[in-house]
Design a protein around this ligand. Structure first.
Ligand SMILES: [Zn+2]
Length: 165
């Protein structure tokens, strides 16, 4: 999935769950963190072609295992953190979890096991960057407009009032 689709879905889900503004922003960032981590690791290779090979080898590996993100999300909820840290961490983990769920819709799928590339899970609904993905994105935007526009307005009002946590 494209980052715009990941971020739209994460923001929509965070709005639906009434996360605080910082949580929604963190979810928007968390929605692309699994791919950012893969890119960051691939950059350790010395040459551009090596980087591409490294990326192809590791992409959608352990960073795309749902268990890490679920554990981080539950830990953020359970730990006695200050409200800003709780909003930030839970939002970030929620975004990461939504990323993995969305990548499940594509043929490449996500791993069942955190350290093995064998046995992947996929609904094979649409390929990244395909017309199918853009239809999915359009549906997401329509659903956000239809169901969540007042939640989005309430969120903006909270930001304007300075109640961001
Ligand atoms: Zn991904």
């Amino acid at each position: 999935m494209k980052w715009i689709t990941h971020q739209t879905a994460a923001v929509g889900a965070a709005l639906a769950l009434h996360l605080p503004p910082v949580g929604v922003a963190a979810a928007c960032l968390g929605a692309v963190v699994p791919d950012m981590l893969d890119q960051r690791v691939a950059r350790l290779a010395p040459t551009p072609s090596g980087r591409q090979r490294m990326f192809n080898r590791i992409h959608r590996g352990t960073t795309h295992w749902f268990g890490w993100w679920l554990a981080l999300f539950l830990a953020a909820l359970a730990l006695p953190l200050a409200p800003p840290a709780k909003a930030l961490l839970s939002g970030l983990a929620f975004g990461g979890l939504s990323h993995v769920l969305l990548d499940m819709l594509t043929p490449q799928g996500v791993p069942w096991h955190p350290f093995s590339r064998k046995g992947r899970f996929s609904f094979k609904l649409c390929t990244t960057g395909s017309i199918g993905e853009y239809c999915f994105l359009a549906l997401l935007l329509a659903a956000i407009w239809f169901f969540l526009r007042y939640d989005a307005l309430a969120l903006l009002r909270r930001v304007a009032d300075g109640r961001v946590f």
